[in-house]
Design a protein around this ligand. Structure first.
Ligand SMILES: NC(=O)c1ccc[n+]([C@@H]2O[C@H](COP(=O)([O-])OP(=O)(O)OC[C@H]3O[C@@H](n4cnc5c(N)ncnc54)[C@H](O)[C@@H]3O)[C@@H](O)[C@H]2O)c1
Length: 259
């Protein structure tokens, strides 16, 4: 195999992506489809699931934080694809932007549930398939999983937790040929980050533009990254060239220096 051809996944991979109907997840789905993969995705948004299904792309309405939903999701994915080679635990919510004193226990739990419990459930129900396929587990952390993030304590705690999850999984399942990694996106262009910037701007009593500039001043490349950058990293982790990478948390962020 040439080095160049080792940069893309082999065709025919069977890929499960959580929260795949929109945002970064939808780009990950599209990226794998380009390689000739079969993809099964989940999302909580039933209309978006219906709209995103296509040839070689099937979907389930499922909440990533829910155990019964995730069990069913994996059953439906196996049924649709005949097995699972790659699990991308992408689902995550931003959670509240507030001082620690203003974060309710319910808000804390909800943020941890979608981001961290969701990744655990995907690892748990996907493990037998990944062992059978000597496959790859990828979970979506964040640069908030390697830096402290004022006013976003539950989100940051969950994203640090994901790093512990994948490093432990890599050690546990590596002898059976399974790789586990996290991706740490930086500031990704799109509506989600616009909502986060707005919330923080309101908290500080400054304009959206001022808040955006403050955020970019902490990025060495002085720009956001794209969802396509994150999808490309997922593809590389499933390509032969990425086949020795396990137990890592890869920042794709233009070098965010602080949050
Ligand atoms: N966008 C960013 O700037 C950024 C930065 C760092 C990390 N991340 C992480 O990347 C991942 C994807 O983020 P995004 O910006 O694409 O999200 P998003 O808010 O755009 O949502 C993408 C999809 O997730 C679905 N979803 C929401 N809650 C769900 C749940 N409980 N179960 C299943 N589906 C659910 C939504 O319906 C939507 O279709 C998340 O884990 C997020 O924390 C994003």
């Amino acid at each position: 195999m040439s080095i160049l051809s080792s940069l893309t996944p082999p065709p025919g991979l069977r890929v499960l992506v959580t929260a795949g109907a929109g945002g970064i997840g939808a780009k990950i789905v599209a990226g794998f489809v380009e390689t000739g993969a079969k993809v099964h995705f989940s999302d909580v948004d039933a209309d978006a699931v219906a709209a995103a299904t296509a040839e070689s792309v099937t979907g389930s309405v499922a909440n990533a934080a829910d155990e019964a939903d995730t069990r069913r999701l994996f059953d439906e994915a196996r049924e649709a694809m005949g097995g699972i080679d790659v699990v991308v635990a992408n689902a995550g919510i931003a959670g509240p932007t507030a001082t620690i004193g203003d974060i309710s226990a319910d808000n804390w739990d909800q943020t941890l549930d979608v981001n961290l419990r969701g990744a655990y459930l995907a690892a748990r129900f996907g493990a037998p398939d990944l062992i059978a396929a000597k496959g790859s587990f990828i979970a979506m952390s964040s640069v908030a999983g390697r830096l402290g993030f004022a006013y976003r304590t539950p989100y940051s705690a969950a994203k640090w937790g994901i790093v512990g999850l994948v490093k432990s999984l890599a050690a546990e399942l590596g002898p059976q040929g399974v790789r586990a990694n996290a991706i740490m996106p930086g500031i990704v262009e799109g509506p989600r980050i616009d909502r986060v910037i707005s919330a923080r701007a309101d908290e500080l009593g400054i304009s959206f533009e001022e808040m955006r500039e403050r955020n970019l001043a902490k990025v060495s490349l002085r720009r956001m990254v794209t969802a396509e950058d994150i999808a490309a990293t997922c593809l590389f982790l499933c390509a032969p060239g990425g086949g020795s990478i396990s137990g890592q948390a890869l920042s794709v962020c233009g070098n965010v220096e602080a949050l």
